[in-house]
Design a protein around this ligand. Structure first.
Ligand code: NAD
Length: 247
């Protein structure tokens, strides 16, 4: 498999390069990064026009228009790991998915896919419970809250009509039962922790996932890439990859 890696020189990009060398020694990786130095990577997607089987993106959401345009024009399946897209950028992703298969996931850990399903189930089982989501990440992370925390919050919201997301709580006053709170900690070198607290007057259920190593996301993205290259155009998520893996 020949994979174009966008964002190849960032923290995640370098981990993907290492995992790729270790796990897929016979495959080719074409690194692209606008901040690349000393020729270690192409500095734009448009600079590489050789053959490829797919694009994997761990860069910055502002590159979405260039990324989706390149994937659609070259008919290349696209795995998007980057988080924090605006509404316009998400629209560009949906448009590209009409032409090529696109997999968008805010977290490539299979543990988080399972956690999301459990969060939805718990929110349904305890319709009166207060639900608060807490995430922690390293102090260099740019987007707040994490894309994964938003995915979890939206999963809860999908089974709680009338609820509303409260990103951080900064005002005095009683908690509104319709709130789904999302809180962010930024500290040290934390790879990623997500907790969902489901709290009634008589019990608290806490669901927790902790990533120990960034290789987890790289491995998930490469599993996703191998899966995606066999698919028809459309917008996919990690739930579908997991469904096929456990079938
Ligand atoms: N889906 C997942 O499982 C998962 C896991 C970890 C990180 N991420 C996401 O992947 C992305 C990259 O994470 P990272 O920790 O490697 O970040 P990073 O800042 O270390 O690397 C980002 C790379 O993108 C490039 N880039 C291009 N345009 C940029 C711009 N306008 N601003 C900043 N960087 C730009 C930089 O050169 C850099 O090499 C983030 O969106 C992060 O949230 C996703």
């Amino acid at each position: 498999m020949k994979v174009i890696l966008n964002g190849a020189c960032g923290r995640m990009g370098r981990v993907v390069q290492r995992v790729f060398r270790e796990k897929l020694p016979d495959a080719d990786l074409i690194p692209v990064d606008p901040m690349a130095k000393d020729g270690e990577a192409y500095t734009a997607l448009a600079d590489y026009d050789g053959p490829a089987d797919c694009i994997v993106d761990f860069s910055h959401h502002s590159l979405t228009p260039a990324l989706t345009a390149c994937a659609a024009a070259r008919k290349l399946p696209l795995v998007i790991a980057t988080t924090g897209q605006t509404a316009e950028e998400l629209a560009a992703i949906r448009e590209a998915a009409e032409t090529v298969p696109v997999l968008l996931a805010s977290n490539f850990s299979l543990g988080i896919v399972v956690l999301t399903a459990l969060a939805r189930q718990a929110a349904k089982a305890f319709p009166e419970a207060d639900i608060e989501i807490v995430e922690a990440h390293h102090n260099r992370k740019l987007d707040v809250p994490s894309g994964t925390a938003l995915t979890l919050a939206k999963a809860v919201q999908s089974v709680r009509p009338g609820s509303r997301l409260v990103i951080g709580r900064h005002e005095n006053g009683k908690r509104d039962p319709a709130d789904i709170g999302v809180h962010s900690l930024r500290m040290g070198n934390v790879v990623g922790v997500h907790e969902i607290h489901i709290c009634t007057d008589t019990q608290t259920l806490t669901l927790r996932h902790e990533a120990h190593d960034r290789a987890l996301f790289a491995e998930g993205a490469l599993t996703a890439a191998r899966w995606l290259v066999t698919k028809e155009p459309g917008l996919y998520g990690m739930e579908q990859v997991l469904e096929d893996l456990v079938r």
